[in-house]
Design a protein around this ligand. Structure first.
Ligand SMILES: [Zn+2]
Length: 340
């Protein structure tokens, strides 16, 4: 049922590192088993990154204005209208949810995850992740109640540090909700509905069955199943399947607690592999889309020399081909140690 399609290409050249011996080098294209979308895997196999030191960037950012720091957020951050969210902001633990000053959806919020201006990967605690996702879900529940037309497609997102597109060092999430899905989300939703129609089963249940015990399987933490993604969108791509959930109403405190624990393990792996940044997205539908299941996707982000170098190139921007440097199966071996 699940087609793990990969096409290996071979290129010949005279290799200067091997005395110009004629060598054959592999490249690989993989096709997402759900959407059919192609991604590229470069033939680096194992790659090692040097340790990235965020200290100078963090110190510089402390000298600049940070709207999320204690003492400033009260005065500098926007508030929701009283009839939408009484008091203007939502709080769970130390996490505070405020409107996004620069909205890019009908409903667009930011979660300031903690009072700390900087949290290193080691310092990101599971309870910080848990409370931040909880307050994001609380906001999405308000949106669903007060503006159902704009609550069908929503997501909770994280750009950790500037290499991942984070515009501020201060840890924060972005929560969006609208009437239409994002591009990738729309493909996933439509493909999952087609799969359900054709097979009478949810794609992700079949995926977990096909991956179980295999080289990309990280196992289950209870209600959530963790897989290294076969057709990765970027480096170190992990998919968490929140089984039995498709809407925000299905996601319980227990799910969020478990999710936060698993994300901490992935962040621990990135840290150990010197991957200095990451993106996360947690996807929801309104429940009308048959065959959909909530998933969370996390990818590592990095820079190569020079330090300002981007890991996004013409291939993603102008050709829409995601690529990664490493074979997912190679990374899975190291990731599994963190899930053991
Ligand atoms: Zn700050």
């Amino acid at each position: 049922m699940i087609d793990f399609k990969r096409v290996v290409g071979r290129t010949k050249y005279h290799d200067p590192t091997k005395n110009f011996e004629l060598v054959e080098v592999n490249s690989e294209k993989r096709y997402d088993p759900l959407t059919g979308k192609m991604v590229r895997v470069f033939p680096f196999r194992k790659i090692t990154f040097s340790r990235h030191d965020w200290t100078p960037f963090v110190e510089e950012s402390r000298q600049r204005f940070c709207p999320f720091c204690p003492g400033v957020i009260e005065k500098a951050a926007p508030r929701f209208p009283e009839d939408f969210i009484p008091g203007g902001r939502l709080r769970v633990g130390e996490a505070v949810l405020i409107p996004n000053l620069h909205p890019y959806e009908n409903h667009s919020a930011v979660v300031v995850m903690a009072p700390d201006h900087y949290l290193s990967m080691q310092d990101i605690r599971p309870d910080v992740i848990r409370d931040s996702i909880e307050v994001g879900l609380e906001y999405l529940r308000v949106v669903a109640e007060k503006d159902p037309a704009n609550s069908r497609y929503s997501s909770i997102n994280w750009n950790y540090m500037p290499y991942a597109g984070g515009s501020l060092i201060h840890p924060h999430l972005q929560v969006i909700s609208g009437s239409d899905p994002c591009n990738l989300d729309g493909d996933v939703v439509a493909s999952a509905a087609r799969y359900f129609e054709r097979h009478g089963r949810q794609y992700w249940e079949d995926l977990i069955g096909a991956e179980k015990g295999g080289e990309r399987d990280l196992g289950s933490t209870g209600r959530i199943h963790w897989l290294v993604t076969f057709a990765p969108l970027a480096l170190g791509d992990v998919t968490a399947v929140i089984r039995g959930c498709s809407t925000i109403r299905d996601v319980t405190h227990e799910h969020v607690e478990e999710l936060a624990g698993g994300l901490k393990k992935i962040i621990g792996y990135y840290d150990s592999a010197n991957i200095p940044a990451f993106n996360m997205a947690m996807y929801f539908t309104g429940g009308e889309d048959r065959g959909f299941c909530c998933t969370v996707r996390v990818v590592g982000r990095f820079t190569l020399f020079p330090l300002v170098g981007s890991d996004v190139s013409n291939i993603q921007i102008l050709h829409h081909d995601p690529w990664t440097l490493c074979l997912p199966e190679d990374m899975a071996g190291d990731l599994r140690k963190h899930f053991a």
